[in-house]
Design a protein around this ligand. Structure first.
Ligand code: SF4
Length: 703
């Protein structure tokens, strides 16, 4: 007989599907889609459906703290007090000798909001440095800058419910059929009921999303800005723009007009590799649409010009006036379950909590006052890739890594490994022994996982959900908030003696009062009894806010949305050359998640894409004498991988694709895709470029 049914949220992607958790007498859980949840209405994708395996199988779990006294010693089991005393002693001594900027925290979009909040309070308020960044830097920091500069704050204006009200979609740099499957299913259902709905997909690969679209613009990687500007130019030529919105609610339109008119459609078509007729068709569909939604993810964001790509795309919503109305708006899809929650609490090296600005002295002083500290450092902290660069140079001495696996997921991982070896002290706080990063830890702290602790998360549409504790964590694993608060107290800091997680949430809610993300009227009781809410929730019994900017007032000083003009329309990644003639683009496969520390445990999720393969166009393969299934060597300036070839005409000639999930623990290091990628970032968002690496490919010959 089932013991109890609890409501929770899927711990994988940013769609945020609602779940029913059934627990039996043996503490084993079963997972079903919640038919009453507004996001998924009972549906689940393959990853969500198999979540119970991840929780029920504890064979890979870290069960107790482990520590090494020096690099030449092996890790040995210690108790929690010894582990956190040592952490506090090392952090204190490093900060005393080298200053607060010599330590850093690298956290994750899978952390719950309370965890994110308390880690930020510790680092920015009490350690005295802004060196806290998140693996969400790798997914959506370009979108954060795009929203901030366009709307005045990092605010996603729309909801999933707007999908069912729209009639034209531009899906670009995203494959939601694989990576946001339930969101995509809602779009499919909408289209099944309304055959006139048009979907345009922009992708150098014929993904499942692109294959099902009405129009696929198979552009040359890196030419996105030229393409969106060409669509903008055509809209201007035809007069398919919203003059009233442009005149009354935006600024910068003339500069925009000037930029898009610089290239003719013919020139743009040539540069993008997209037929002119298709650019015109896309523009015409967008221009006559009553509800236009753009959706994007890492294909846009993970680029050295990721922010500019965001600007160019957002500008299409501005010229058509497709913001702040039902069924329209620019919709950045978050990859991780709580990437949005992290943004709310300021979980990045250049942000402050509740959308306050680190560069603004008043904002810094407000946050300092709230936390009862003297000041917040004005100096932006090291971002994700910078942290590892500075570990290599020795400026950063200690790093605390929570719930992420940089030894697989960061670009140029060989360099990341060197940096971790060079660090004076590495703390890894995680749930699983599957993380490759553990190999470099001086201190391993076992954390409680999903369903083993309570807290909240925010999905892609600003929807906050409460996640209950359903089962006990195995061994001595503890919730992340407890670990962080205990460490803070051992450091001698006040303000961390919370009675429970709810008190941390309440403190954060109080901080949001009067801001654009005000949830001061949303407590745990409401979340538990009434379900999820979209912020802001800023009045008593407020029902939440599905759509922003309905009054056409934006968060900029002028209350107008801003046309940001890309500083360059051309890509700045290292171009292919005679030595490295192909463009490598990396991405996800349908049934795997990140570095597979969770999905890799589930045998049925391995059947769809059992091992990494190199996708290459048959014409390119033929020229290299490579046949289907041949072992190939792919090399860049940074390293090599050996991987079997899959010949497919779904990819452009001159472009190859590798999935990003596999690390050393799952395969040999020779299959680790990020051996190849460049440590290059967008100058504004500091997001790395995973979508454009110059490589060469050869059939592997044993030497
Ligand atoms: Fe989980 Fe995302 Fe799948 Fe929904 S779509 S079940 S949130 S992985």
């Amino acid at each position: 007989m089932p013991e109890k049914v609890l409501k929770s949220t899927c711990s994988y992607c940013g769609v945020g599907c609602g779940l029913l958790i059934t627990k039996d007498a043996k503490n084993r859980i079963q997972v079903d889609g919640d038919p009453d949840h507004p996001v998924n209405r009972g549906m689940l994708c393959s990853k969500g459906r198999n979540l119970h395996y991840v929780v029920n199988d504890t064979s890979d779990r870290l069960l107790y703290p482990q520590m090494r006294w020096s690099r030449s010693h092996p890790l040995e089991r210690v108790d929690w007090d010894t582990a956190l005393d040592r952490a506090a002693q090392v952090f204190k001594s490093i900060i005393e000798k080298h200053g607060p900027d010599s330590v850093g925290f690298y956290v994750s979009g899978q952390c719950l909001t309370e965890e994110y909040y308390i880690a930020n309070k510790l680092v920015k308020g009490f350690l005295g440095t802004n060196n806290i960044d998140t693996n969400s830097r790798l997914c959506m920091s370009s979108a954060v800058v795009g929203y901030k500069k366009t709307f005045g704050e990092d605010s996603v204006p729309i909801s999933y419910a707007d999908i069912e009200l729209a009639d034209c979609f531009l899906i670009t740099g995203a494959n939601p059929a694989y990576c946001h499957p339930i969101l995509y299913r809602r779009l499919e259902q909408h289209k099944e009921k309304n055959p006139d709905v048009r979907v345009i997909a922009v992708d150098p690969r014929l993904t499942d999303t692109a294959a099902a679209a009405d129009l696929h613009l198979q552009l040359i990687p890196g030419t996105d800005i030229i393409l969106y500007n060409a669509i903008g130019r055509r809209l201007l030529q035809l007069g398919l723009i919203d003059k009233d919105f442009i005149n009354n609610h935006t600024e910068g339109f003339n500069q925009y007009k000037e930029q898009v008119n610089k290239l003719s459609l013919r020139e743009a078509s040539k540069l993008c590799g997209v037929p002119m007729a298709d650019i015109k068709k896309a523009a015409d569909w967008i221009g006559i649409s009553k509800g236009f939604i753009s959706m994007w993810a890492m294909g846009l964001n993970q680029s050295v010009v990721g922010t500019n790509k965001n600007f160019a795309l957002l500008n299409l919503s501005l010229i058509t006036g497709q913001v702040g109305k039902p069924g329209c708006g620019p919709f950045s899809l978050t990859g991780q379950p709580n990437a949005m929650g992290g943004r709310e609490v300021g979980g990045m090296a250049n942000l402050l909590a509740v959308h306050k600005d680190l560069t603004n002295p008043e904002h810094r002083s407000e946050v300092a006052q709230f936390w009862g500290v003297e000041s917040i450092s004005p100096k932006p902290g090291y971002t994700a890739t910078q942290m590892f660069e500075e570990l290599e140079t020795g400026k950063l001495k200690a790093i605390w890594i929570i719930c992420t696996n940089p030894a697989v997921s960061l670009p140029d991982v060989n360099r990341v490994e060197k940096a971790l070896k060079n660090a004076r002290f590495v703390v890894v706080q995680d749930i699983s022994n599957r993380s490759d990063t553990l190999a470099y830890a001086d201190l391993v702290l076992p954390a409680a996982g999903w369903l083993e602790k309570e807290g909240t998360m925010t999905n892609s549409e600003r929807r906050i959900t409460y996640l209950p504790k359903a089962v006990n964590a195995p061994g001595e694993a503890r919730p992340d908030v407890e670990i962080i608060c205990d460490f803070a107290q051992k450091m001698g800091f006040r303000g961390f003696n919370f009675y429970n997680t709810e008190e941390i949430y309440q403190e954060y809610c109080t901080m949001t009062r009067g801001t654009s993300i005000d949830i001061s009227y949303l407590n745990y009781d409401r979340l538990k009894t009434e379900g999820s809410f979209q912020w802001p929730v800023n009045e008593y019994r407020h029902p939440g806010t599905p759509r922003l900017f309905e009054d056409r007032k934006f968060y900029t000083p002028s209350q107008k949305a801003v046309f940001n003009i890309p500083a360059t329309v051309t890509n700045r990644s290292i171009k292919p050359s005679a030595a490295f003639p192909f463009i490598l683009t990396t991405g996800r496969v349908r049934d795997q998640w990140h570095t597979m520390t969770k999905t890799g445990k589930v045998s049925r999720l391995r059947t769809h894409y059992p091992k990494p393969v190199l996708e290459i166009h048959p014409a390119d393969a033929f020229a290299l004498n490579i046949r289907e299934g041949n072992l190939c060597e792919v090399s860049s300036e940074n390293g090599n991988v050996r991987v079997t070839a899959r010949l497919t005409d779904s990819i452009r000639k001159g472009v190859v694709f590798l999935p990003m999930h596999w690390g050393k623990k799952l395969n040999s290091s020779l299959n680790r895709t990020n051996n190849l990628t460049q440590n290059m970032v967008d100058p504004q968002s500091k997001e790395p470029d995973f979508k454009f690496t110059a490589v060469k490919v050869a059939r592997y010959q044993k030497k």
